[in-house]
Design a protein around this ligand. Structure first.
Ligand SMILES: Nc1ncnc2c1ncn2[C@@H]1O[C@H](COP(=O)(O)OP(=O)(O)OP(=O)(O)O)[C@@H](O)[C@H]1O
Length: 281
């Protein structure tokens, strides 16, 4: 398997203040990778360097085999973008908008197929400005995928979506990944989104990558202690243990079978993320 993205020792400062401070990153072909981090961590700067919109100070960057700063025009045909502040095509209809963007690519997907893929067939002849926020975001995704990108950048794609729209969007992303093997780099502040979609996540803070792993294993999550909780004398009790079965059996003996309010929990991805960035839970 080749790598869609290879980054080594990436640095970028603004007016002497480092925004990206030695990032190493590899994203395999066909992988969905989520980049997580607090506001100002360096996500957008990193992603814009990969997209070829921002110059780095130093470091090695290869995206689809090319250096984005020197890549030939055809390189851009392989890249799809869904940006935070998408272009405002508000006075055109949905189908006109997608057709317009299809015109930039040598081998675009048929416009009808794209509208079907993003669930906008019914809205094809509506003006974009009459759509809801979530529906407009679907137009953004349609624009992002109309050129059959090998690599799709999604910047906080579901901000402002209702829960149902988010689930539908996730299904669309999985479909792109599974059917077309599109590589996807996603930035998000939603930990459940990263967990639902990403093969691997990377946590960045103050311009440095703190951890990269699968959502299940990040920060030693799979082997982290469990918390056994119960109610005793009307008070909540908690025990952190690496043997929750043994602890529960002992409690069961003590309570003669029924343990009031029993719950066994493991750290969520959000717990692990907050630990990694040094924020109190
Ligand atoms: N054009 C710019 N000029 C000066 N400083 C900038 C510029 N763009 C970003 N920065 C600074 O670089 C740092 C990283 O910003 P960046 O936008 O990459 O973070 P981010 O992780 O994408 O944040 P967010 O989650 O808020 O979008 C921040 O301290 C920011 O203030």
């Amino acid at each position: 398997m080749t790598d869609a993205v290879q980054v080594h020792g990436l640095h970028k400062s603004y007016h002497g203040a480092p925004a990206v401070d030695g990032v190493d990153l590899t994203i395999a072909d066909g992988e969905i990778f989520a980049l997580l981090g607090p506001n100002g961590a360096g996500k957008t700067t990193t992603v814009e360097i990969l997209e070829g919109f921002r110059k780095r100070d130093s470091g090695e960057v290869r995206v689809l085999g090319e250096d984005p700063q020197r890549a030939p025009r055809r390189w851009r045909y392989g890249i799809g973008l869904v940006l935070q502040n998408a272009s405002d095509m508000a006075d055109m209809t949905v189908v006109e908008t997608v057709r317009h963007f299809a015109g930039y690519y040598p081998d675009p997907r048929p416009v009808d197929e794209v509208l079907e893929l993003v669930g906008l067939t019914e809205k094809a002849d509506k003006k974009v400005r009459t759509l809801s926020g979530g529906q407009r975001r679907r137009v953004d995704v349609a624009i992002g995928v109309v050129g059959r990108p090998r690599l799709l950048f999604l910047d906080e794609p579901t901000t402002g979506f209702d829960p149902e729209a988010r689930r539908q969007f996730w299904a669309l992303i999985r479909q792109l990944s599974e059917q077309d093997a599109t590589t996807i780099l996603l930035t998000t502040h939603y930990l459940d989104e990263a967990e639902a979609l990403a093969h691997r996540v990377g946590v960045i803070s103050a311009g440095r990558i703190l951890a990269v792993d699968t959502p299940a294993n990040l920060g030693g999550r799979a082997s982290a202690e469990a918390t056994v909780s119960w109610i005793e004398n009307g008070e909540p009790r908690h025990l952190r243990t690496d043997d929750p079965t043994g602890a529960t059996l002992k409690l069961a003996a003590r309570f003669d079978g029924q343990i009031p309010g029993l719950a066994i929990t493991r750290p969520s991805l959000e717990d692990i993320y907050l630990d990694l960035i040094g924020s109190p839970r």
